[in-house]
Design a protein around this ligand. Structure first.
Ligand code: GLN
Length: 479
């Protein structure tokens, strides 16, 4: 087995037994990135000069016989909308092309404390808006399973990096599916935690009531290790909470799984439906109870999300004005802004890409006087209905199984000209964000073209441990 094929636990064992050093492990990944990332383009920034000293510190600890944290010396990659002190943080946007992060996000601080080795920053759709990573101002990332296809988005760089063994785990953010959908397209595990389970401090905001940071990993065990490191109350994020551990004696025979009928109607590709149904069948054969449930407001989720997410984005992105951060037309020879308003207008016009501008316009419109009640307020009411659908369903079941995406990874260029068809990629993931629930994407099969398909397991609030355990059952069933 090559060094770059290890999981977190395998690499940790190897480090402890001194089969290889943290520097050797890090160098192996850096080499692999140098070779393979030419064709995949998962990374926007590589930090060889910083990664090696991080690994060296871990080696020193090992040689002194100090206790080694499970993440010590483990190479990872970070989506480029999460701040790592002194590194560029572009959010995939020209407007932040030269922005240097002045501090660490709380999740980064936690990873650094444990000695994880950060290899670099990964590509994303601009400001995490998209489902294919094609909206990045720095070019698309390719799917390692088929280079003519997208890795999903918006955390496509992180998902592709884990899938192509360019790092052992990665961080992404999920506002409407941006961890689960690329995890599904790239055949890796991705977890979107409950809203509030992980601090958002230092995450470049897209839609603050929906955004969550979470891990990509090669298997459930690794995903749990990273989540356990990230989670918990942070005084710097007032929406974060401490997770009270309830210990679950969950077994397959007592497990009640809900399958929403609204997720298996028109639009789903037959190959995807077949693979998801086969996975559900496996649970049934192992003794789990499968129940059809209804989430009746599912059909409004997409419209509701695109009102709320764009409204919040229009407010969050107001700070990029050519004065406070990044790209500015104030000094540009090209346009010669004559006054402050023109600095704002030109900087935003030049700095933002088409999708971001489209969303700012949509959100500003939805929040404007006269339309606010008809759109934004309405959408908030629908959001409550969607949450209540889930609460009702969870009275009867322990977890809900659905597809992650109606189709496998699509071709680069296939949907980019048609925003609506791109938005449809998120049909199965956005309700979870609107309700604030936790969910994972778990690889559960491949199509005839060798494209991975993910099963979505949705849990009750703060029951990440339960859905991860259920994921573990599935891995065991497939051993
Ligand atoms: N694809 C969705 C969107 O474009 C979700 C993005 C995300 O989760 N960051 O808004």
């Amino acid at each position: 087995m090559e060094l770059t094929e290890f999981t977190i636990t395998q690499a940790h064992d190897g480090l402890k037994k001194k089969e290889f050093s943290a520097i050797e492990l890090t160098e192996a990944y850096l080499d692999k990135i140098r070779q393979r990332d030419k064709e995949i383009s998962a990374f926007l920034t590589m930090i060889d000069d910083l990664a090696v000293p991080q690994a060296k510190e871990v080696d020193e600890k090992i040689s002194k016989g100090e206790n080694l944290d499970i993440l010590a010396g483990i190479p990872c990659a970070i989506k480029d909308n999460i701040l790592v002190e002194d590194l560029k943080c572009t959010a995939g946007s020209k407007i932040l092309e030269n922005y240097i992060a002045p501090y660490d996000a709380t999740v980064i601080q936690k990873l650094k404390e444990k000695g994880a080795v950060i290899l670099g920053k990964t590509n994303l759709d601009e400001f995490a808006m998209g489902s294919s990573t094609e909206n990045s101002a720095f070019g698309p990332t390719k799917n390692p399973y088929d280079l003519s296809r997208v890795p999903g988005g918006s955390s496509g760089g992180s998902a592709a990096a884990v899938a192509a063994n360019l790092c052992i785990f990665a961080l992404g953010s999920d506002t409407g599916g941006s961890i689960r959908q690329p995890a599904s397209f790239c055949g890796v595990v991705g977890l979107k935690p409950t809203y509030g389970a992980v601090s958002r401090y230092g995450l470049i905001a897209f839609a603050s009531s929906l955004d969550q940071i979470g891990p990509f990993a090669k298997n459930i065990e690794d995903c749990q290790i990273v989540f356990d490191t990230l989670k918990g109350k942070d005084p710097l994020d007032s929406t974060s909470v401490e997770l009270n551990h309830k210990f679950y004696t969950l077994n397959l025979k007592s497990l009640r799984i809900g399958v929403p009928k609204e997720y298996f109607t028109k639009g789903i590709e037959p190959a995807v439906e077949k693979i998801i149904k086969a996975a559900i069948k496996k649970f049934e054969e192992a003794g789990a109870k499968i129940e059809e449930i209804s989430l009746p407001h599912t059909e409004y989720a997409l419209a509701c999300y695109y009102i709320i997410a764009t409204s919040e984005a229009s407010a969050n992105l107001a700070r990029y004005d050519g004065i406070k951060y990044g790209y500015s037309e104030a000094k540009s020879e090209k346009r010669k802004a004559k006054n402050l308003l023109e600095v704002y207008l030109y900087s935003r016009e030049e700095g933002f890409g088409a999708e971001v501008r489209r969303r700012i316009m949509l959100g500003t419109y939805a929040l404007s006087a006269g339309y606010y009640e008809a759109y934004y307020l309405r959408a908030q009411k629908v959001r409550t209905k969607i949450r209540q659908d889930f609460e009702r369903a969870f009275e009867k079941v322990d977890a809900i199984f659905t597809p992650v995406s109606p189709f496998p990874a699509f071709k680069i260029g296939e949907k980019i000209e048609d925003p609506l068809s791109m938005y449809l990629s998120d049909i199965y993931t956005i309700s979870v964000n609107l309700a604030g629930l936790p969910a994972i994407s778990l690889p559960c099969g491949k199509t005839e073209n060798n494209l991975p398909i993910g099963l979505q397991i949705i849990g009750k609030y703060f029951e990440e441990d339960v859905i991860l355990k259920i994921g573990r059952f599935f891995e065991d069933l497939n051993k």
